[in-house]
Design a protein around this ligand. Structure first.
Ligand SMILES: Cc1cc2nc3c(=O)[nH]c(=O)nc-3n(C[C@H](O)[C@H](O)[C@H](O)COP(=O)(O)OP(=O)(O)OC[C@H]3O[C@@H](n4cnc5c(N)ncnc54)[C@H](O)[C@@H]3O)c2cc1C
Length: 264
């Protein structure tokens, strides 16, 4: 990895203007993925002194600064209090504690990593991303956005709603990337189902959600059918960790299990 210049901005505007100066200028958060990619960088713009490492709440939402570390996020009583602790649990599945002390929530979202536990864990909730210059976009729309959003992620807004969640990461060893991951929730009486690492970035299984949310009466067969629909509507691929068929089979098992769990 080669970095020509390190820059510590005095404000978000300063950081943004520096970012625009050159296509090889890059925002620095925890730096773990940047280091792994080993790209050639002109100026690295460090966000660590802009006060973006706070978690706060108001009546309607929880606001997570983009520089909050995964560890601070998972330990936060505010986050643990959301949806039965499901979102905090999903982040605890990433690597080890030392790693999560450095990796940030913002860096985890901006990368749109196909394997991301953080993204999959947040997707079945009402989550909005706030950027500088001022722009708000839902997490799902950001994941579907084609191209690079040349803006700075300031904070992540999680709507406070009544509900509970389930999270499952399937992995070979404790510190591995997921083979596939699942997040299922029931919020205000409506089910939401996210499947990630297929091995593509997490998506909501809209057809399966429409099916189960449209039923008058829900039983074991409905969970099974919704899981089958989720396995059919999303795309799955082979890679060195698992075959497409194995991922499809896991989807049928874990989406059903997730729906059962959140319905208890
Ligand atoms: C070895 C290894 C194993 C991993 N395993 C897993 C895993 O199992 N599960 C999982 O979910 N994740 C995993 N990750 C990813 C990790 O959890 C983080 O998501 C990743 O390191 C990015 O976070 P960071 O703070 O290090 O970001 P950085 O590396 O600093 O930045 C990542 C990217 O986001 C951009 N960026 C960062 N913050 C902002 C911002 N506020 N605004 C605009 N752009 C921004 C940067 O410019 C860069 O392009 C792994 C990463 C590594 C290196």
């Amino acid at each position: 990895m080669k970095i020509n210049e390190y820059y510590r901005p005095s404000s978000l505007e300063d950081a943004y203007l520096k970012l625009q100066e050159d296509s090889k200028n890059v925002i620095l958060a925890g730096g773990l993925w940047i280091k792994k990619m080993g790209q050639s960088i002109n100026t690295i713009v460090d966000l660590s002194t802009l006060g973006l490492n706070q978690i706060s709440e108001n009546k309607n939402e929880v606001i997570v600064g983009s520089m909050v570390t995964q560890r601070d996020f998972e330990k936060s009583e505010i986050i643990k209090g959301l949806f039965g602790g499901a979102i905090a649990f999903s982040v605890r599945e990433v690597m080890g504690v030392n790693f999560r002390n450095i990796a940030t929530i913002g860096g985890s979202i901006m990368g749109r990593y196909p394997f991301s536990d953080v993204i999959c864990g947040l997707l079945p909730y009402d989550v909005t991303l706030e950027f500088y210059p001022k722009q708000e976009i839902s997490l799902e729309d950001y994941l579907n956005y084609k191209g690079k959003l040349n803006a700075i992620l300031v904070s992540i807004h999680i709507k406070k709603e009544k509900g509970i969640g389930f999270y499952k990461k399937v992995k070979m060893t404790a510190l591995d990337f997921p083979i596939i991951n699942f997040a299922v929730s029931i919020v205000n009486g409506k089910y939401r189902i996210a499947v990630g690492s297929r091995p593509m970035v997490a998506s909501l299984a809209h057809k399966a959600m429409d099916y189960i949310n449209g039923l008058d009466k829900i039983d074991q067969e409905s969970y099974k059918k919704a899981a089958e629909i989720a396995s059919e509507e999303l795309s799955y691929l082979d890679n060195k960790d698992a075959s497409k068929e194995y991922r499809l089979d896991l989807t049928k098992v874990y989406v059903k299990r997730g729906l059962e769990e959140v319905s208890k």
